[in-house]
Design a protein around this ligand. Structure first.
Ligand code: FE2
Length: 387
């Protein structure tokens, strides 16, 4: 195959199978279950070929299954409640999620609800702790999320626009097969890769949580994204490019799981919570460079160390803060990213609502981990420049 050689690794309580044909790694695990719920989005599981591959594995081992499809992008808490109800009603004893972050995250929360009761909102607002979950298997279809190796799930609370993330469960098994990513549309090829880039950047600059280990993962992730994203955009079927981008997003997933995201994800969660049509990676890339400027100013050594993969001349000094922002902006436009918030219908009138979310219910996302002091004025400026 192109890209990294096939391998398996164990991270936390997840066994990851990486490479072409890695879905076969599920057989040994799924044969222990009597009824498996297969959870998918609207079309990517089918289009990518992953659904057929998973069903072939399940049929070969003779386990019963049913499919729950239709999980939307930027999923609501009620999406997870609906999936949980179906799984509970049918009596499944395991869940296989096939999709990107939206599907895997929804399935994680549904697996917690089936085992422990309650509603999705209880779990993502920390009103209810996860004690156990149904075993969750994650077949990842995008090179952005990292959810196939991390313990987090992100859902939007219905009606309020609060996009909340919480630690739910590690998948028992994660599957990363680059061939499923070749059908990712052009825009999502860019958005998901930039999501992984911001995971790496934020994890390595998060206050008190970064470490040389996280920096090592993040540097490698950003270097691979720099090396291969333009190839994947120009030649979507290039399996080598997809393989390295998938590898990068997996490393960045471990980086955020070990460390944390901070202000860029904090601001983005407010934006795509209010407007679910804004793809997560696009929201990050719109506000990211300006927030990187402030991050670099506050934490120049860590910021420069990972961004040097994009610009070897970047210096680890606060003076280069503007250059750090420019470095990321230029990389984004070199791969064809040119969106603004107004392209998704945002206007000046929305800024107050966005600020209320960031400095209200979403404060926990950035409060203790952002390496500089946030003010409403600073974020207002960033949002105004992003319109
Ligand atoms: Fe993300």
């Amino acid at each position: 195959m192109g890209g990294p050689e096939s391998f398996t690794l164990r991270y936390a309580s997840t066994k990851l199978f990486f490479g072409e044909g890695s879905v076969k790694g599920l057989a040994k695990y799924l044969s222990k279950h009597s009824l498996v719920a297969v959870v998918t989005g609207r079309s990517s599981a089918k289009v990518s070929g992953a659904l057929d591959d998973v069903l072939d594995v399940i049929k070969e081992i003779g386990t019963n299954y049913f499919v729950v499809s239709g999980v939307p992008p930027n999923p609501w808490a009620s999406s997870a409640d609906d999936v949980a109800e179906r799984i509970w009603r049918e009596g499944a004893d395991a869940v296989v999620a096939i999709g990107g972050g939206s599907v895997i995250d929804t399935a994680k929360v549904a697996a917690a609800i089936v085992a422990g009761g309650g509603k999705a909102t209880d779990y993502v607002t920390f009103r209810r702790r996860v004690k156990s979950t149904l075993p969750l298997y994650a077949v990842n279809l995008t090179h952005g999320t990292g959810s196939e190796v991390d313990r987090y799930a992100v859902l939007t609370i219905d009606g309020t626009g609060e996009k909340r993330g919480a630690s739910i469960t590690y998948p028992v098994v994660g599957v990363d097969d680059p061939k499923y990513a070749v059908t990712l549309p052009r825009d999502h090829t860019i958005y998901t890769s930039l999501d992984a880039l911001y995971h790496a950047y934020e994890a390595s600059t998060a206050k008190d949580l970064s470490s040389p280990y996280v920096t090592l993962l993040s540097k490698e992730a950003i270097a691979r994204i720099k090396e291969w994203l333009s190839t994947a955009v120009a030649d979507p079927k290039n399996i080598e490019a997809r393989g390295w981008l998938l590898y990068a997003s997996m490393l960045a997933g471990i980086a955020i799981d070990t460390s944390s995201t901070h202000v860029i994800h904090g601001v983005e969660h407010a934006l795509s919570g209010i407007n679910p049509k804004l793809p997560h990676g696009a929201g990050l890339a719109i506000v990211g460079p300006e927030l990187i400027k402030h991050t670099h100013k506050a934490s120049p050594a860590k910021s420069a160390e990972v961004l040097r993969a994009l610009n070897p001349k970047l210096r680890p000094t606060p003076d280069d803060a503007m250059k750090a922002a420019e470095t990321v902006r230029e990389f984004q436009s070199s791969v064809g990213f040119d969106r603004k918030l107004s392209d998704y219908g945002f206007s000046r009138d929305d800024i107050r609502e966005v600020l209320n979310l960031i400095f209200g219910p979403l404060k926990y996302l950035w409060d203790r981990v952002t390496p500089f002091k946030l003010s409403k004025e600073l974020i207002r400026e960033v949002l105004e420049e992003s319109l």
